[in-house]
Write a protein that binds this ligand. Structure first.
Ligand code: FPP
Length: 248
């Protein structure tokens, strides 16, 4: 009860006029969370799903428009095969259990990253989730899966070069907007706020182009312990920042 009141007090401090439109989260620290409990790393990934659920629900309540969650990077394939398989199975389980509820809550599920190389069981659930929720008008949740910012930029460059070779675009007409429009996040605002848990202070190939002017918020909290109050703390921090976008 006391905690709930404290959380409400924090939420009441949020200036609704200055909400970040797009929040990105690097969900880090699942492995350490599990190891501290003497459990295998994958136990932390499973616990991390509860944080995913809470953050999506909270962003909906706070009327945030876009949330991007970094679930699996292009570099995460270097992990032991069992851990990679576990993460893929966890995603399939999460989607098959949660899509109907997410749909009821008007959430749009969107995947960013190279989905084409994922196991078929993942692709089937991903396509179903995107199809079922595509006409919703609420929070857009981008799940970054087999995602890398550099890979995304390389793919954008290739698409642009193809248009130039096909004479659909001239080199002189290439602008920053051309790059943005050829990324997975096309038509979405850049993230205003990026959160990273677990005490690490780096972007690790997350939304490299889009994060040019993002505010960054780091916390020592490990991802499985991340709750609504931490999200609200990050938003309150964001609202203290003066965003100048290179101006004065
Ligand atoms: C980083 O912690 C976490 C990941 C690479 C996976 C994130 C996945 C989830 C939170 C669960 C599934 C997601 C969805 C969207 C259903 P780490 O393993 O690198 O932790 P460590 O730094 O302590 O080793």
């Amino acid at each position: 009860m006391f905690f709930l009141q404290k959380e409400k007090d924090l939420v009441n401090k949020i200036d609704k006029e200055k909400l970040p439109q797009h929040i990105g989260i690097i969900m880090d620290g699942n492995g350490r969370w599990a190891q501290r409990r003497g459990m295998p790393r994958v136990y932390g990934h499973r616990a991390g799903v509860n944080s995913v659920k809470e953050v999506i629900k909270s962003c909906g309540e706070l009327e945030i428009k876009y949330l991007t969650l970094y679930a699996f990077s292009t570099e995460n394939w270097k992990r032991p095969k069992e851990e990679v398989n576990f993460l893929m199975d966890l995603l399939v389980e999460y989607l098959s259990k949660e899509v109907d509820e997410l749909n009821k809550n008007n959430v749009v599920i969107n995947f960013i990253g190279d989905i084409s190389v994922l196991p078929d069981k993942c692709k089937i659930e991903i396509e179903r989730a995107q199809e079922v929720t595509k006409n919703n008008s609420g929070l857009v949740v981008n799940i970054a899966l087999n995602y890398g910012g550099r890979d995304e930029i390389v793919k954008a460059v290739k698409k642009i070069c193809t248009k130039v070779l096909n004479k659909e675009l001239s080199v002189e007409d290439i602008t920053e907007q051309t790059i943005s429009e050829n990324l997975h996040t096309k038509n979405q605002p850049d993230p205003d706020l990026i959160i990273r848990t677990s005490g690490e202070k780096r972007l690790s190939n997350f939304l490299l182009w889009q994060s040019a002017y993002s505010e960054l918020w780091f916390t020592n909290v490990l991802w499985p312990d991340f709750r609504k109050k931490h999200l609200v703390e990050a938003i309150l921090y964001y609202q203290t920042r003066k965003r100048r976008f290179g101006g004065i």
